[in-house]
Structure formats: structure tokens, C-alpha cells
Design a protein around this ligand. Structure first.
Ligand code: MOS
Length: 709
């Protein structure tokens, strides 16, 4: 029996991970390696007058303290996927607290850490712009810098006319705070130069992306940079682009002539890499009395840094979700002296659906219409903005099946009481765009009928190596134990990034094509009839009769502009308990139903959705990174002061299922992306459940007890 599409194959790398034999970037050593520790700017804005590294240099074991004066002038400007147009440690300017101003290199980590703590920066502090707190002041149009992925404004239909003629309107502002990623493995990189070739072992979501940036900055050809990422210990977006520590490690290794490794501390994960910036979103809805939307207007303002204009395109949710004839969206940024934001699970619609979903639920209450009926009345049969047909969409089935499983239609008007708890229920839409990136893979068949998959993708913990294995097994008819998978290296065929819930579609399709290719090649060269899914015995017999030791199949996935709109959909239902005396809210149960095309591995898919719902609960009720407005620094820079869902916060009663569907427009494997979908919509559903239980509309996340008592 082989494991093909749809099999619940367990994690192939599970044993290596739980026994500690899996090696992450920070587990790698190199001969003569120096330990690098970054020194961060003590103020959020100003100029470095001088850096006194005298005492740091006298610490035994310290070999170098590098500042902007010693750093090579890099072949700027950087190119995406560098996170920022600002190259680190190139001048004496300080733009945010924690910005790297020096790197200490030592023979031992302890020496480097101690020495970094005694580096003295003589700083001329300047007035700074603090991280704004939930207001719209200072919003500006994002500057075009080559890093924007779309226009800031978009409009479709006659919005003014629709608002003027509407019998019902709803307008409100919804806030979500800045939040940090905090994967279990902090960002880490080991850089080493040999004969003009830069090799990096890096905790990244995109090994090939790191190579692009290093080539640009150091003026190298692509065969002069190799990036390895054998295991990446969790990532929610903060390892997607290239951040200062990677550039500094490569530069330090070049200057010192020795390999250099930089592992960020948990505190540095707050200010040296990115976070999801605060968003202030205003949604205006115009509707008829029977709930048909006439117009949606949506503005989102997100925090950005002094150097860059990162735009989180939250308003895309309003272009894709409901069939409003008139839609107008605006993206704005608020500049502050903070480190730069980036995408975080779940970006784009994941952010916008908080505001839009909450607004729709409030409109439903105003109209006294069931939130599902309001959504059905505005179901988008085609893409509302472009008019394109969907590649697949089973959202109606999600509503119907989810409502039945949850008992939604029996929702009482008044909250029920259960001991000290008032019980509230809420629902919302889930949605994500379907991101597709070109990817390549090889499948190498051996004389004994075993196969090896080769692709330069990376596994951030979601199980892609397992999924690739089962896809190859399905084509070749092999047991999973006969197929191994080599990933995480730019010496392997080029693969896209591991973000945007894209890998199973893209790399999976490339592996399927490579497995089919090797089978076709063998069929051509051997006299034996192979047929479909031949299995190890037939494969090795064919190989030996044709006298072939090894045969390589080549496959690729090259997404082209589709005539279809590609999206995933879902519906999330939650039940919360609210204690009116203490203001505490608890998640009691949840039901999620999703339309994601074919589910390749139900086990890893379930795990993604459960994780996404837990993540959504954290966003809705716990997470926020606050800045001290006087010091311009993050208040909490460790996990001790950060509220995140733990096991005790998440009930076992979470019912997740996928609607039966195959979408071959999205990918030859029939699947769409699902990794981030489960994290969308939970916030809006929770806010509505809290309203049901507590009678209060909370429009600023997280919904904490202080907002409810
Ligand atoms: Mo995720 S924000 O696509 O790493």
C-alpha cells in the first residue's frame, strides 16, 4: 500500500525533531567560527557620535568589534526580498531602538555576549515619532520604493451614489495592535566565505530569496552564494525576507576571514526582525433594508518605519469577500521610529476580515438578520472587484455544514447561563488569497526502486517534506519508507518561498511532475510494461532490464495568470463563556468548515487549522506588543510578559472539516493553500460571541477583561 494524495501520512521528520537529531541553523558549527552578538541602538532616533569599544575589545576571546566604520560599503541599493531599503550599519544614523550599531565577534559565545553588554555608544538623541496608539493621525500615502506589491487605492462602481441612496449604513473603526511572531527557534545564521563563495546556513522561509539579496549586496553571481536551511524551527513571516543580522553575519565573516554565526536573543527578535504592525481600519457599509450591500468603503492604516513603507493590504478583504456593486479601498501608513513590520500569519485578508467581518456582524444585528443570511444575501458568485469566476468556491457548503455541526440556527437571542458564565456564540467568514510561486523539483530513481526527492524548498514545521514524500509515493506506487526527501539548499532545484500558504501547491505540483517524468523516462527506456503506480518491484526490474543505475525526473510548477480568481474560503463558529464579574472570556468550543480544494494530507491539514484557530483566539483575546511612548522601545521583549494561548486556553472541542473539492485550476495536485486560512475570521467571530454574551461591542483587539468590566 502506498501513500498518495489524501493519505494521512505522519511526519517523516517527526522522530528527528523529537529526538533532537534535527539540526537547525544555530546548531551548526564551522572550523574557526566566531560567535557574533549584535549591539542595538539605545534610543529610537539620533546620531552616533562615537562607539567606545575599548573595554569590549579587552574581553578575553573577543577578536573584533565592528561598527559602521569597519563595515564594508555594500553594493546598495538592496533588492527584494531584502526587508528594507536601508542596509544595516552603513552610516551613523539611528532610526529605531535596537537597530544594529555594532557586532562583537569572539571565540566563545559568553565572551561575545559579555563584551556586547559593555560596548558604549555615545549618542546624540533626536526627537522621535512614537508608535501610534490606535488613532488615525499622521496617516500618509505610502511612497513608491519598488517594495509595494500593489496600488494603495482601488475603486470599483459608484461609491458616492450608493452611500447617498442607501437606507442603512454602518461605519466603525477597528483596531488591531502590533504583534510579534515569536517562533520557537529565533532567527539565526552562520556565514562562511571560501574561495570567493559565500555559504550560509540560515533559519529562513526562503533560501533562494536569501541568495538573491546576498548576490545583490555583495556583488556576487548566483553560483557564488549557497544558502542552506535544513530545518527552520517555526516561522510565521519573520523569516520570510532578509533582515539585518543575515547581512551583518555575511559582512562580518568577510571582514574577519572567519566563519561567523549570529543567533538572535529573544529580546532581539522584538527589534531586529519584524512584527505585524498595528492596523487601524475603518469600514463603512451601505445596504438596503433587506441586507443587500450597495457599497463597501474600507481604509486601513498600518504603522511603518522611518526608512520604508511596508503596506499590509488588509483592504483586499473588502475587494474579495462580498458582492457589493461599489467598493472603495485605501491603504495608508503611519511613519514612526520603530523597526519595520512585515507579513504575519495570517496577512492580507487575515487582517482585513477582522474589520470587515466585525462590521458585517454589526450590520446583521442592526438589521436583525442572521449573520449567515446576511452573508448569503451578499454571496459573491464571482470576484466582486474583477468579475472573474472563482477557480472553486464551496462557501455555501461551509455555512450549511458548519451551522449544522455547531447548532447555529438554535442560537438563543439572550445568552444562556452556565454557572458563572454567560455563553455567547458568533461566526464569521474565513478567506485567503491563493499565492502561487514557481517551483522545481527532481525525483531520482535508484536501481533498487527507491526514490529521492530533491527540491530547494524549506520546512518551517508545517510538514512539506512529508507531503512531497506522499505525492511521489502516489505516482510511483512506493511505500513511504522507500522515498526520502532532500530540501533546504540552493544547490537543489529552485523552489519558491515557504510563505503565503503556497508550498503544497507549488512544490507539490513540481514533485508530482518530476515523479511522472521519471516514470515516463523509464517507460521509454525499458522493455517492461510499467503502467500506473508500478511499485518498487516493477521499478527495480525495469531499471535492471534497461541497465540503468539511476534516473532523474524533472518537474516544475510555473503559475501563469489565471482567468480564474483563486481563493480559499471558510466559516468559523465559536462559543465563548463570559464571566461578568471578572470580565474573563474563555473559548468553549469552535467549528470550522473550509473550502480549500483537495486536502493532500488530512493529518497535517487538521494540525494547521487547529493551530490557526488557537492563533486566532490569541489574536482576538490576548496578544499585543506595546511600545513605551517616552523611550520609543517595545515594553516587553521576552515571552514572560506576552500573553499567548497555551493548552489550558484551548478546549478539545474544536471540530474542523473540509468540504469535498478538487481545484485543478489552482494546481495540478487539485489543492489550494490552507496553512493560514484557519487563523482568519476567528477574531470577528469571537468579537460577535462576546457581544452576544456581554452585550458590548469591542472594536479594539485584544478583547481583554479590562475592556469588559
Ligand atoms: Mo506567512 S505571513 O505567509 O509566513
Amino acid at each position: 500500500m502506498s501513500a498518495g494524495l489524501g493519505a494521512s501520512l505522519p511526519r517523516q521528520d517527526g522522530p528527528a525533531k523529537v529526538t533532537g537529531t534535527a539540526r537547525y541553523a544555530a546548531d551548526h558549527l564551522a572550523e574557526g567560527m566566531l560567535y557574533g552578538v549584535l549591539v542595538g541602538a539605545p534610543v529610537p532616533a539620533g546620531r552616533l557620535r562615537a562607539i567606545d569599544a575599548h573595554s569590549a575589545r579587552t574581553v578575553p576571546g573577543v577578536t573584533h568589534v565592528l561598527t559602521h566604520a569597519e563595515m564594508p560599503k555594500l553594493a546598495a541599493p538592496p533588492v527584494p526580498p531584502a526587508s528594507s531599503v536601508r542596509v544595516p550599519m552603513q552610516d551613523d544614523e539611528i532610526q529605531y531602538e535596537g537597530e544594529p550599531i555594532a557586532v562583537v565577534l569572539a571565540e566563545r559565545l559568553e565572551a561575545a555576549e559579555y563584551a556586547a553588554s559593555v560596548v558604549q555608544a555615545d549618542v546624540e538623541a533626536a526627537p522621535f515619532t512614537a508608535h501610534p496608539r490606535g488613532h488615525r493621525a499622521g496617516a500618509e500615502v505610502p511612497r513608491e520604493s519598488g517594495y509595494l506589491s500593489g496600488p494603495a487605492d482601488a475603486e470599483h462602481g459608484d461609491v458616492e451614489h450608493a452611500f447617498a441612496g442607501a437606507s442603512v449604513r454602518h461605519e466603525a473603526t477597528y483596531v488591531q495592535p502590533s504583534r510579534h511572531h515569536n517562533p520557537m527557534e529565533p532567527s539565526a545564521t552562520l556565514a562562511l566565505w571560501q574561495d570567493g563563495v559565500l555559504t550560509m546556513v540560515d533559519a529562513t522561509q526562503w533560501a533562494y530569496g536569501v541568495r538573491i539579496v546576498m548576490c545583490a549586496l555583495f556583488g556576487l553571481a548566483s553560483d557564488q552564494v549557497r544558502v542552506r536551511s535544513p530545518h527552520t524551527g517555526g516561522a510565521f513571516g519573520c523569516k520570510g525576507l532578509v533582515w539585518p543580522h543575515q547581512i551583518i553575519a555575511a559582512a562580518a565573516a568577510r571582514i574577519t576571514g572567519r566563519p561567523a554565526r549570529i543567533v538572535l536573543s529573544r529580546a532581539q527578535m522584538y527589534s531586529t526582525v519584524a512584527y505585524q504592525p498595528q492596523m487601524v481600519q475603518t469600514v463603512s457599509l451601505a445596504a438596503s433594508n433587506d441586507g443587500r450591500l450597495a457599497a463597501i468603503e474600507h481604509e486601513s492604516i498600518n504603522v511603518t518605519s522611518a526608512s520604508d513603507d511596508f503596506v499590509e493590504y488588509a483592504t483586499l478583504a473588502s475587494q474579495t469577500t462580498y458582492a457589493a456593486p461599489a467598493i472603495r479601498v485605501r491603504q495608508r501608513v503611519q511613519r514612526a521610529n520603530v523597526n519595520l513590520g512585515t507579513a504575519m500569519r495570517a496577512p492580507v485578508e487575515g487582517c482585513g476580515l477582522w474589520a470587515l467581518g466585525a462590521a458585517i456582524n454589526e450590520l446583521a444585528a442592526q438589521l436583525q438578520i442572521d449573520p449567515i443570511d446576511l452573508r448569503l444575501a451578499n454571496h459573491a458568485d464571482v470576484h466582486p472587484f474583477t468579475g472573474q469566476p472563482w477557480s472553486s468556491k464551496k462557501l455555501r457548503e461551509c455555512y450549511e455544514d458548519g451551522a449544522r455541526a455547531f447548532g447555529w440556527r438554535r442560537r438563543p437571542n439572550e445568552p444562556e447561563r452556565d454557572g458563572p458564565w454567560l455563553v455567547g456564540q458568533g461566526m464569521a467568514d474565513c478567506a485567503m488569497g491563493t499565492f502561487r510561486f514557481p517551483s522545481n523539483a527532481h525525483v531520482r530513481l535508484q536501481a533498487d526502486g527507491r526514490a529521492v526527492i530533491l527540491s530547494g524548498t524549506q520546512d518551517i514545521g508545517t510538514g512539506i517534506a512529508t507531503i512531497l514524500t506522499q505525492i511521489a509515493c502516489g505516482v510511483l506506487g512506493l511505500e513511504p519508507g522507500l522515498v526520502s526527501c532532500e530540501i533546504g539548499d540552493t544547490e537543489l532545484p529552485e523552489a519558491g518561498p515557504t510563505f503565503g500558504s503556497s508550498s503544497t501547491m507549488g512544490v507539490g505540483a513540481a514533485v508530482m511532475a518530476a515523479a511522472q517524468d521519471v516514470l515516463a523516462k523509464l517507460d521509454e527506456r525499458s522493455a517492461q510494461e510499467l503502467g500506473a503506480t508500478p511499485g518498487a518491484g516493477a521499478l527495480s526490474a525495469a531499471m535492471s532490464s534497461a541497465g540503468i543505475e539511476e534516473l532523474v525526473g524533472v518537474g516544475s510548477f510555473s503559475p501563469e495568470d489565471s482567468p480564474y480568481a483563486l481563493h480559499t474560503f471558510g466559516a468559523i463558529f465559536v462559543e465563548v463563556g463570559f464571566d461578568p464579574e471578572l470580565g474573563i472570556i474563555r473559548l468553549r468550543r469552535a467549528v470550522g468548515r473550509y473550502s480549500v480544494g483537495r486536502v493532500i494530507n488530512p493529518r497535517t491539514a487538521l494540525s494547521q487549522m487547529l493551530g490557526g484557530i488557537a492563533w486566532g483566539w490569541g489574536k482576538a483575546t490576548m496578544e499585543a506588543s506595546r511600545q513605551d511612548e517616552r523611550l520609543g522601545r517595545w515594553l516587553s521583549k521576552n515571552l514572560a510578559g506576552v500573553a499567548l494561548p497555551v493548552n489550558a486556553d484551548i478546549p478539545s472541542d474544536i471540530d474542523v472539516a473540509f468540504i469535498d473539492e478538487v481545484d485543478e485550476h489552482a494546481s495540478p495536485i487539485g489543492g489550494k493553500g490552507l496553512g493560514e486560512l484557519g487563523a482568519t475570521g476567528v477574531d470577528a467571530a469571537v468579537a460577535d460571541a462576546v457581544f452576544h454574551a456581554a452585550g458590548r461591542r469591542i472594536r479594539e483587539l485584544p478583547i481583554t477583561p479590562d475592556k469588559l468590566v
